[in-house]
Design a protein around this ligand. Structure first.
Ligand code: SF4
Ligand code: SF4
Length: 381
């Protein structure tokens, strides 16, 4: 049987035009259009990377989450909302990102992730244990509400990547460190989390998305789509295609299919909903990264060459930098240090995880691509 992915078009976040389209995502995904019954406890898991105004396209738009919550509330579900933003806390992220009014109106409980639960995996998985937020396991259902954004390390952050938020706070950095420069290893971490959480439904807010050097400081880009599926791997595969990226550039899709956690091949996916005329986009800007080189062995000469001449690296703009120290405290391999009041990156230690770029609130971290890398990128356009 094919995995169903629903794609609906919507030009903006006005309630009167968005609500009917989100209702269609539910009716496309379930025979009776209902994914929760009266009394079910349901956790909404948006992307709340950091407290940010919705027009910056960093967080899942509050109107998107509000309407999903209204629909589930109408079914009689008991709702909570949770995430573990890498910076700040959940309460601040909800307040600054415009969520508070509707949480109050619909009596939705905020659920910070605080307690850890160790999840064990079989011998066939790369990582044998992962600590996740205990709170996630206290619900009957999780609804995964992702934002369509580029991601310097993983190319795009979509439904599977959104669940990395159930890793509590600073544990996120330790997973970047364990996965190191190997993008595929990090994809395995994300997929093992997805396999454990098993969201009931994954939905993507792609009306105002982010292109370029996401997920924190890329450019907002109007795409005008919302999508949903019970198979997050298939959902991510379709959305990657729609924004014009090769499906295998988002490693969680191909590896997810290999592991049997979902499907990524177009012949195994049924896309339903509105017309996709005008897609795939031809001008959606990719992040300046060529992280696939990290999947080569450390001693591979091609990799050594690419590290020096092709691979993108973060670079601190000392004029813009506020010396807040956030990047230094959160850099997984401690590659950033302060010397004479200025921040420096030790290139040998840097694993190009781009956590610093993701967390800098001053947009002081640029993505630098060597000349040869830029040249190769221009050929691949
Ligand atoms: S997080 Fe940004 S502003 Fe803060 S020290 Fe690092 S580069 Fe500077
Ligand atoms: S300097 Fe930035 S990109 Fe490099 S390892 Fe540290 S956080 Fe990751």
């Amino acid at each position: 049987m094919k995995s169903i992915v629903s794609v609906r078009r919507c030009q903006d976040y006005r309630h009167e035009i968005l609500r009917p389209q989100i209702e269609k995502l539910f009716t496309d995904s379930y025979e009776n259009g209902i994914c929760a019954k009266r009394g079910d406890s349901v956790l909404l898991k948006p992307n709340l990377l950091r407290p940010a105004s919705p027009d910056k396209a960093i967080v899942t738009h509050p109107m998107f989450v509000e309407i999903v919550a209204e629909i589930l509330s109408d079914c009689g579900a008991r709702l909570s909302i949770g995430d573990s933003p890498p910076l700040g806390n959940l309460q601040r992220a909800l307040a600054r990102s415009g969520y508070e009014p509707f949480l109050k109106r619909l009596s939705i409980k905020s659920m910070p992730f605080l307690q850890k639960k160790t999840v064990e995996f079989g011998e066939d998985r790369i990582y044998k244990k992962i600590d996740l937020a205990q709170e996630v396991f206290d619900f009957d259902k999780v609804i995964n509400l992702a934002k369509l954004k580029t991601h310097c390390q993983m190319t795009l952050t979509l439904a599977v990547k959104n669940l990395f938020g159930v890793v509590i706070g600073t544990d996120k950095a330790s997973w970047h460190l364990r996965a190191g420069r190997m993008t595929d290893n990090f994809a395995h971490v994300l997929l093992q989390i997805y396999e454990t959480v098993q969201p009931e439904l994954s939905m993507i807010d792609g009306i105002l998305s982010m292109q370029g050097n996401g997920p924190n400081s890329g450019e907002p880009r109007h795409v005008g789509i919302i999508c949903a599926s019970r198979d997050a791997v298939a959902l991510d595969s379709v959305v990657s295609y729609l924004v014009g990226f090769p499906v295998d550039s988002v490693r969680t899709t191909v590896i997810g299919e290999e592991l049997g956690l979902g499907v990524a091949s177009s012949d195994r996916i049924a896309v339903v909903g509105d017309t996709t005329e005008g897609f795939p986009l031809v001008d959606f800007k990719a992040p300046k990264s060529m992280s696939m080189a990290w999947n080569l062995s450390y001693w591979n000469p091609i990799r050594r060459f690419m590290e020096n001449h092709v691979i993108t690296k973060p670079e601190i703009d000392s004029v813009v930098c506020q010396n807040c120290g956030i990047c230094m405290r959160h850099c997984p391999p401690q590659a950033i240090s302060e010397i004479n009041g200025k921040m420096f990156i030790n290139r040998k230690k840097c694993i190009s995880c781009f956590c610093c770029h993701e967390l800098c609130g001053s947009d002081a971290i640029n993505i630098r691509q060597p000349y040869l890398g830029r040249l190769l990128s221009s050929f691949s356009k």
